[in-house]
Design a protein around this ligand. Structure first.
Ligand code: SF4
Ligand code: SF4
Length: 438
C-alpha cells in the first residue's frame, strides 16, 4: 500500500540483534510476587483481599470504580503476606499486594468464548475490563474504553501498532513471530466490537520474520492489510502511524477517535483473543532483557509482580558495568534506582546499559542550532521548554502546546549541547497538571 511520512523523527542505533532471534522463554514465578494496585492510567485500585487470604492464579485482588481503571489479579496461587506502599516501576511508591507463591499453580477457570459473536458488545466489553486488559505499548489505557468510543465519534478504521520502534526491544516482534494467528483472531474481535470491517497492521521493515509470518497468516483475511513502514523513530506514536499510513493529521489537542481511528497495540489484539476465546486474565508480560550490563540477553514471559532483581539474577547482570538500569526502551523508558521494583503490565523491557551505551553527558548552553525543532515529530519547540523550566515560566508551557508532546525523547537524543529537554518537559507537564491546567 502507498505510504507517506511523518515530520521529524530520528534513527537511533537499533541494537535489536541480540534478542530478535531469541524465542520467548517462560520465566518461573518466584517465591514472592509484588503486585502494584495501579497498572492502568486511572486511579489506584482498592484491595479486595486481606493479609492471610489464599488466592488463586488469575483471581481478582483489587478493584476500582474509576472509569479508566481495570481490576488487578494475582499472577500465582498463594497467600497474601502484606499490603503496603512500596517502590513502584512507574516512579514513586504505590499500594502493593505481596503474595507468597505456593507453587501449586491453582488457577481460576474463566468462561472460554469461542463464539464471541453471540455475545453483545456490552458483554464483551465487560469481560475485557474484568480480565484486566490495558494497552501494553506504555500508556496502560484500558482496552474496554478504547473499544467503546463515545457515540458521537464515527470510527472507520482500526490501526494495529506493531512498529516497536524503541531500540533494543523485541517483545512485540517476538509475539508477532510466535503468535500471529492469535493476533489476527484478536483483530477480528476488535473489528466485531467496533462494528467495522477493515484494519491495517503497521510494522517497521526491520522485522523481517514477523512480516513474513503476518503475510502468510493474512492470506485468508483480505480485510486486514499490512503496512510495512520504513524504520524511523517514533513511528509507534499513534499520530505518527496514522500520518504514515493514511496521510491524515490529527489536530493539536485531538485524539485518533476525533478523526475516526482507533489504534491498538499488537499485544492488545493478542490479549483480546487470549482473554475472550481462551478465558485468560492479563497476568503476564513479555519482557526483552538486554544491554551491555548483562551477559545473556533474553525474551522472557514474566508473571506480573516479579521483581526485576529476580530476572537480573538469571542473565549475568554486572552491577559495576551498568550505568543505567531502565524499564522500557532507552528513548521513553524509566530509570530505576532500585532493582526491587516489579514487572507490571507494559514493562516491555529491562535494560542494563553501560556508560558507552548511555553516553552520559554534561549539559551545556543551548547553541540555537534548531536540531531539536527539526526532529520533533509533533512540530514543537523543545528548546523553549528547557528555558521555561529553568526560569519557572509555567504558563508559557501551555502556550507552546506542551500537552502535544509525546515524550519521545527525539529532541534530547539529537541535541549537541545535551540539554535536559525531556526532563524540562516532564517537569512542565507535572506543574501545569498540579495547577489544573490541561
Ligand atoms: S519529546 Fe516532545 S518535544 Fe521532544 S521531540 Fe518528542 S514530542 Fe517533540
Ligand atoms: S538541539 Fe539543543 S542546542 Fe540545538 S536548539 Fe535545541 S536545545 Fe538548543
Amino acid at each position: 500500500m502507498a505510504l507517506y511520512s511523518f515530520k521529524g523523527g530520528i534513527h537511533p542505533p537499533e541494537k535489536k540483534d541480540s534478542t530478535e532471534n531469541l524465542k520467548i522463554e517462560n520465566f518461573p514465578a518466584p517465591q514472592y510476587l509484588y503486585i502494584p494496585l495501579l497498572q492502568h492510567i486511572g486511579t489506584v485500585c482498592d484491595p479486595i483481599v486481606n493479609i492471610g487470604d489464599r488466592v488463586l492464579k488469575g483471581q481478582k485482588i483489587a478493584e476500582s470504580s474509576g472509569k479508566l481503571s481495570v481490576p488487578v489479579h494475582s499472577s500465582v496461587s498463594g497467600i497474601v503476606k502484606k499490603i503496603e506502599i512500596l517502590p513502584f516501576t512507574l516512579r514513586g511508591k504505590v499500594n502493593t499486594v505481596v503474595i507468597e507463591n505456593d507453587f501449586l499453580e491453582e488457577e481460576i477457570k474463566n468462561e472460554e468464548i469461542v463464539n464471541y459473536k453471540e455475545k453483545t458488545k456490552e458483554e464483551l466489553l465487560d469481560l475485557i475490563r474484568d480480565r484486566g486488559l490495558v494497552g501494553l505499548g506504555g500508556a496502560l489505557f484500558p482496552s474496554y474504553v478504547k473499544l467503546n468510543p463515545p457515540s458521537d465519534k464515527k470510527i472507520e478504521n482500526l490501526v494495529i501498532n506493531a512498529s516497536e520502534c524503541e531500540p533494543y526491544l523485541n517483545s512485540d516482534n517476538r509475539l508477532v513471530i510466535e503468535n500471529s494467528f492469535e493476533i489476527i483472531k484478536g483483530i477480528e474481535i476488535a473489528l466485531h466490537i467496533l462494528g467495522i470491517k477493515e484494519a491495517t497492521i503497521g510494522i517497521e521493515d526491520n522485522k523481517v520474520e514477523a512480516i513474513e509470518n503476518l503475510r502468510n497468516a493474512l492470506k485468508t483475511y483480505p480485510n486486514i492489510k499490512l503496512a510495512v513502514l520504513p524504520t524511523k523513530y517514533p513511528q509507534g506514536g499513534e499520530k505518527q502511524l496514522i500520518k504514515v499510513i493514511y496521510n491524515k493529521v490529527i489536530p493539536s489537542g485531538k485524539l485518533p477517535i476525533d478523526i475516526g481511528f482507533v489504534v491498538l497495540n499488537v499485544t492488545s489484539a493478542f490479549w483480546l483473543y487470549n482473554s475472550i476465546v481462551k478465558g485468560k486474565v492479563l497476568i503476564e508480560e513479555i519482557v526483552t532483557v538486554s544491554g551491555g550490563g548483562i551477559s545473556t540477553a533474553k525474551n522472557y514471559r514474566v508473571p506480573i509482580g516479579t521483581q526485576i532483581k529476580e530476572i537480573l539474577n538469571t542473565v549475568g547482570f554486572d552491577k559495576e558495568k551498568t550505568e543505567k538500569l531502565l524499564t522500557g526502551g532507552p528513548m521513553m523508558g524509566i530509570s530505576q534506582y532500585t532493582d526491587e521494583v516489579p514487572v507490571i503490565k507494559g514493562t516491555s523491557g529491562i535494560l542494563a546499559l553501560t556508560k558507552e551505551e548511555t553516553n552520559p553527558y554534561k549539559s551545556k548552553s543551548c547553541i540555537s542550532c534548531g536540531k531539536c525543532v527539526e526532529v520533533c515529530p509533533m512540530g514543537l519547540s523543545p528548546l523553549m521548554y528547557a528555558k521555561f523550566a529553568e526560569f519557572e515560566k509555567w504558563e508559557e508551557f501551555k502556550e507552546y502546546n506542551i500537552f502535544d508532546c509525546i515524550e519521545c525523547g527525539s529532541c534530547q537524543f539529537i541535541c549537541p549541547a545535551k540539554r535536559p529537554l525531556t526532563e524540562g518537559i516532564r517537569v512542565g507537564k507535572a506543574k501545569l497538571r498540579s495547577m489544573d491546567i490541561k
